[in-house]
Design a protein around this ligand. Structure first.
Ligand SMILES: [Zn+2]
Length: 461
């Protein structure tokens, strides 16, 4: 049965950034059947379920092309514990370890992240993780469009950003390769093609040349997207220089890992010749603006884009709010460019929607046009912070909030309607996640009295 959203504002993110005012959009069989005048579409789809779109705006959903859903466990703690930007570099992205969780507990934290993603209007998501098979089933039930990128590496006893000795572990490398192959065999193409599986190299300073070659070979044989954390922190740059005698992107390029099917996350601590290498390869870049701002580091998006990269956006750790990411990206780039007019809100919206879909190799998603996938959101616009409604895109990019998103649809199926999440039990997940995380952190600090407890840390309830 068709669905007709009528008398509404439709933000398309098409080539001309068309916005339809007081129009209708028809959805049928998981696709957008038509966009047009209210009367015409009412006549064309007389039996459609009608949804009153007044005081609503229909937009493409957001694509979060770099996240780790289970890192919601570190929310409120890791945001303020970034590694140093100058030597001595210590390795790792936080001075505190993550407390261990059971598989079931991890699943709850992953669902918490997926809930926040949905609530902020995310319809497509690239999850980078080690051991995704442990929660892929839970992710399937969220209804989100997914690219699951299982991670591999072969450096032992070190984390990202450690210029110390590189201890190779063939076992780690083999296990990673097997996890990717197994996840791909089990999940690629599942849920009517809504789920795809890709390859992730952890980071340049966590992989030997041999590991990078194996991963690139696997990517080619599986015919899939690959991703990598790249030029994330200055410690990583120092480590690759110490181990390989070159810069991180040069190292990946020398080993044949850089391609037009690679999603490079971060790209912050980069020389211009590295930005040029990525652009020449037509690589995709995940601009993780909110975590970048938290770390006090920012990529040169204008340069990367001018060199030829496709810019998408991601949340990375702890938060899944793409509305915040989109606005932070616009703000950070305006500061970097010292230009209060560039990028435009339309440009930032494109990064967060259509470009992200393109990076996930879903070219007919992330923008609204006849025949495209029905991955869309509805935003309530009769809010104090969103009126007057003269320029809907600018209004939402500059003033919108995740809570304005009231409806989410993926492949023509509603995942949230009128502010209620349909695909997950929100109340149970939120309560459970709070209990699990509080208990896990309190236990870790109790078991390790040498660890410094962050200021303001509350004991378990
Ligand atoms: Zn990351």
């Amino acid at each position: 049965m068709a669905t007709l959203i009528h008398d509404t504002t439709i933000v398309t993110v098409d080539d001309a950034d068309t916005v339809h005012h007081d129009a209708s959009i028809a959805i049928e069989g998981g696709r957008i059947a038509a966009i047009g005048a209210n009367d015409a579409l009412r006549a064309r789809f007389p039996d459609a379920e009608r949804i009153d779109g007044r005081n609503r705006m229909v937009m493409p959903g957001f694509a979060n092309i770099h996240t780790h859903l289970g890192m919601t466990l570190a929310r409120g703690i890791f945001e303020d514990l970034s590694p140093p930007h100058a030597p001595p570099f210590c390795g790792g992205l936080s001075p505190l370890p993550l407390p261990p969780l059971s598989r079931e507990e991890t699943g709850v934290m992953v669902q918490l992240g997926a809930l926040e993603a949905l609530r902020s209007g995310t319809t497509a998501l690239l999850e980078d993780g080690a051991g995704i098979a442990g929660y892929a089933g839970l992710l399937e039930t969220t209804g989100l469009r997914l690219l699951l990128a299982e991670r591999a590496w072969d450096r032992a006893k070190a984390g990202i950003g450690d210029p110390g000795p590189f201890e190779v572990s063939e076992r780690l490398g083999d296990e990673g390769m097997e996890r990717i192959a197994r996840l791909h065999a089990e999940w690629n193409g599942k849920a009517g093609g809504r789920i795809k599986v890709g390859v992730a190299a952890w980071a340049p300073d966590m992989c030997t040349p041999g590991m990078l070659k194996r991963l690139r070979g696997l990517q080619q044989s599986l015919d899939c997207v690959c991703t990598v954390h790249l030029n994330q922190i200055w410690g990583e740059v120092a480590a690759v220089q110490a181990h390989r005698g070159m810069l991180p992107t040069e190292y990946l390029h020398a080993e044949g890992f850089v391609s037009d099917r690679m999603v490079a996350a971060h790209c912050r601590c980069m020389a211009h010749r590295e930005e040029r290498l990525l652009g020449q390869a037509r690589a995709r870049v995940s601009f993780n603006s909110a975590i970048a701002a938290r770390r006090g580091l920012s990529p040169r998006i204008q340069v990367l884009e001018a060199e030829g990269c496709t810019i998408g956006m991601g949340t990375d750790n702890m938060a899944e709010d793409m509305v915040e990411v989109m606005r932070t990206g616009l703000f950070m780039e305006r500061i970097r460019r010292e230009d209060g007019r560039s990028p435009t809100p339309e440009h930032a919206l494109r990064w967060a929607t259509r470009n992200g879909y393109a990076a996930m190799e879903v070219p007919d998603g992330g923008w609204l046009a006849q025949g495209n996938r029905a991955d869309l959101i509805m935003v309530r616009t009769d809010r104090a912070h969103l009126v007057p409604r003269m320029r809907p895109v600018s209004g939402f990019v500059h003033q919108g909030q995740a809570a304005d998103v009231v409806d989410v649809m993926v492949d023509g199926a509603w995942l949230m309607r009128d502010g209620r999440v349909l695909s997950m039990d929100e109340e149970v997940i939120v309560a459970e996640a709070d209990r699990i995380a509080r208990r896990a952190w309190a236990k870790m600090f109790a078991d390790n009295p040498g660890l410094e407890v962050p200021r303001g840390f509350a004991p378990p309830a």
